[in-house]
Design a protein around this ligand. Sequence first.
Ligand code: 2NM
Length: 351
Amino acid sequence: MRQLGFELFMQQQIETLRSEFAQDIAKVAATHDIEALKVKYLGKKGPLQNLMKFLKEVPAEQRPAAGKWINDLKEEISARLEASETTLRATEESAKLSAEKIDITLPGRNRFPGRKHIITQTLDEMIDIFASMGFSVQVGPDIDTDYYNFEALNFAPDHPARDMQDTFYVAKDVLLRTHTSNIQVRVMEMQKPPIRIIAPGHAYRNETITARSHVFFNQIEGLYIDKGVTFADLFATMDEFLSKLFKRQVETRFRPSYFPFVEPGMEVDLRCLTCGGSGCNLCKQTGWLEIMGAGMVHPEVLKNGGIDPEIYSGYAWGMGVERVILLRNGVKDIRTFTDNDMRFLEQFPGV
Ligand code: 2NM
């Protein structure tokens, strides 16, 4: 009787659990419900665990059978939970995917690809013009020695440009280049004439920052060396370049001037673009705009570059890129080039 009592009791307990589980699993709607049922039925404090503890009370000969009943129910419960979880997970996944469906009829988001800075645009244009005339682009270091920036270019040791007030020195005899002519010296050292190059890049001068001068600016210089190069070649090339740059037949004027690295040296003026010569604010009533410096390369500079001035001659020139933009685009203050104000930059959409 007592044996039968245990058996009956166990069977009742198990059947009760089974039907309770059947009711619970019928109500399951989502995977998180499955998680709750796993805890409820298979957890350490669950009813199956309680029955396992009760096994100790069951007489030894019935214990294996009773243990099997409990295990069978446990396996049945976990199998049904697993199966249900797999189905629910698939349903939830596809519901999530269809909710995420991309509406391809929505208008696209605007992308801002950026644009070239007006300085780069202008420099590119200048390079294109000279490239079409057979000049190649050369570059060099922004930080250089006194030799490449001054000495090789015929600047006397006591030349005022070498003064601390005009030049940023990094160390004794090491400086931020004050022009891109340091490039030309290296090109002369490395190449034999004919040499036909342009040298664009940054230049630095220790000046007070105003609307018209800055410590940092962009320059483009050029150099042409061959047998029999004369002033006439320089005039013709500059007229052609300036006409292409300003997109009209420009009128130029060449005024004698002094630069240590050329002899003779001169400044190139442009008939005023706004008033045509009658006098206005842009040309300060002179009718002319200063646009560049130029000259025939000094024999000492040729010698320093390893070129025999008895055999070869050459012309060189230099101009500020910012200055060209002031004249072409009506910019009033060079500080706006480095302000990074989008309202300014957006006025030059470029290509
Ligand atoms: C200028 C004006 C005149 C110039 C000279 C040279 C070199 F290296 F060939 F001697 N490079 N650039 C030069 C001449 C630059 O800028 C206003």
